[in-house]
Design a protein. Structure first.
Length: 139
C-alpha cells in the first residue's frame, strides 16, 4: 500500500507519496508568487526535492509575469545547489495564458536541465512521469 502524506494549504492541495516519490500539486485561486515560492521551499524542506511532480493548474486563472517566472526558476536554481537535481515536473494547464507562461518556465528551466513537460492533457502528464521514472530506474 502506498503511503500518502497530505498537506492542505490554500491555494495548494499538495499530496506527498513517499513510496512512489511523487507529489501531486493541485493549485486553486487566489495564487501569488509568494505562495509558489513557499510550496517550492516546502518541497525542499520535506526532503522531497527529487520527487516527481504532477502539477495540476487547470483551476487557476493567475498568470505569472515573465519576471515572476524568472524568479521561480532562480529559486529552483538556488535550492538545486544544495539539494541536487529537482525531480521531473509535469505541469497541466488549460488556460491559454497560464499554459503560455508555463511554457516559458519549461524553456527557462531547460537551460538548467530541469525536466519539465507542459501539457493540457492530464493523462499525458501522468504517462510522462511514469516514463521518466522508468528511465531513472534503467539509468
Amino acid at each position: 500500500m502506498t503511503s500518502v502524506d497530505q498537506v492542505c494549504a490554500v491555494p495548494y492541495d499538495v499530496r506527498f507519496d513517499d513510496e512512489q516519490k511523487r507529489m501531486l500539486v493541485m493549485a486553486v485561486d487566489p495564487l501569488s508568487l509568494a505562495e509558489v515560492i513557499e510550496m517550492i521551499d516546502d518541497q525542499a524542506a520535506r526532503g522531497a526535492w527529487h520527487y516527481s511532480i504532477l502539477h495540476d493548474a487547470r483551476a487557476i486563472t493567475w498568470v505569472p509575469t515573465a519576471d515572476e517566472i524568472r524568479r521561480i526558476v532562480d529559486r529552483i536554481r538556488t535550492l538545486s545547489k544544495t539539494h541536487g537535481a529537482r525531480g521531473p515536473i509535469a505541469f497541466v494547464a488549460d488556460n491559454k495564458a497560464v499554459f503560455g507562461m508555463a511554457r516559458m518556465y519549461e524553456l527557462l528551466g531547460d537551460r538548467d536541465r530541469l525536466r519539465i513537460l507542459v501539457t493540457q492533457d492530464f493523462e499525458r502528464a501522468q504517462q510522462w512521469l511514469v516514463e521518466m521514472a522508468a528511465g531513472e530506474r534503467a539509468g
